[in-house]
Design a protein around this ligand. Structure first.
Ligand code: PGA
Length: 249
């Protein structure tokens, strides 16, 4: 299974009301008729999935969720299952984002269970890993990220389509980014950990970079060795900015 096409995914986080569906429509329209040089996805809040699916269906933009519960259904007030995301039209799901690892205490084992659920529902997981500033300053970035890859990816991912996103916690929403050398170093370490964990098929798993990706820095980041795409937060909310990042791929 060879996956060398870059994936540019927009993570809207807890942003987006009905009026913002116009941004998804503008994105679809702008990409229509263009040669798809990369895959493009939008991951809106769960409340918008169904309506965004109606906007995007038949166009070139894929739809993703931002999290899922590890169980398909049950008495889990407030949670959304992978099956529900798929039912609403999602084909991808972001899992293990650092905001969920930090604010909702998600462990690597929790993330692995969610990845299992996503795979069972036929979704393509985008599994996030990344070090904190304290860990980077202690020289632990590669070790931390490699361990997260090792423990957050269940066996069921072998031979399945999925992506990993390297998102240094200190680069998310801060305007700070690692140097290109630092990105290349961690992405190479992730590749090694991926192949060790899941075998040769993981040679083609896209490794996205995320954290303050903007129109101004997208081209150089996306041209860095082993960068297989981008996970974009703030700059994915407006179609105009997101399109500039997509055209840099
Ligand atoms: P940012 O967020 O692009 O706003 O830094 C990225 C992310 O958290 O996925």
């Amino acid at each position: 299974m060879k996956q060398s096409v870059k994936l540019i995914a927009g993570n809207w986080k807890m942003h987006g009301l009905s009026a913002d569906l116009a941004q998804a429509a503008a994105l679809r329209e702008a990409l229509e008729g263009q040669d798809a040089r990369c895959r493009v996805a939008l991951c809106p809040p769960a409340t918008l999935l169904d309506r965004m699916n109606a906007v995007l269906t038949g166009g070139g933009v894929e739809l993703g969720g931002q999290d899922c519960h590890e169980k398909p259904a049950g008495a889990f007030t407030g949670s959304v299952s992978a099956e529900m995301l798929a039912d609403a039209g999602a084909t991808l799901v972001i899992l293990g984002h650092s905001e969920r690892r930090a604010a909702f205490n998600e462990s690597d084992a929790d993330v692995a269970a969610k990845v299992e659920a996503a795979v069972a529902a036929g979704l393509e997981p985008i599994v996030c890993v990344g070090e904190t500033l304290v860990q980077r300053e202690a020289g632990e970035a590669v070790a931390v990220v490699s361990a997260q890859v090792e423990k957050s990816l269940p066996d069921s991912l072998a031979e399945r389509p999925f992506a990993v996103a390297y998102e240094p916690v200190w680069a998310i929403g801060t305007g700070l980014t690692p140097t290109l050398e630092q990105i290349a170093e961690v992405h190479a370490a992730i590749r090694t950990a991926l192949v060790r964990r899941l075998g040769q098929a993981a040679t083609w798993t896209p490794i996205l970079y995320g954290g303050s990706v903007k129109p101004e820095n997208a081209a150089e980041i996306l041209a860095t060795a082993e960068v297989g795409g981008a996970l974009v937060g703030g700059a994915s909310l407006k179609a105009e900015d997101f399109l500039k990042i997509i055209s840099a791929a």
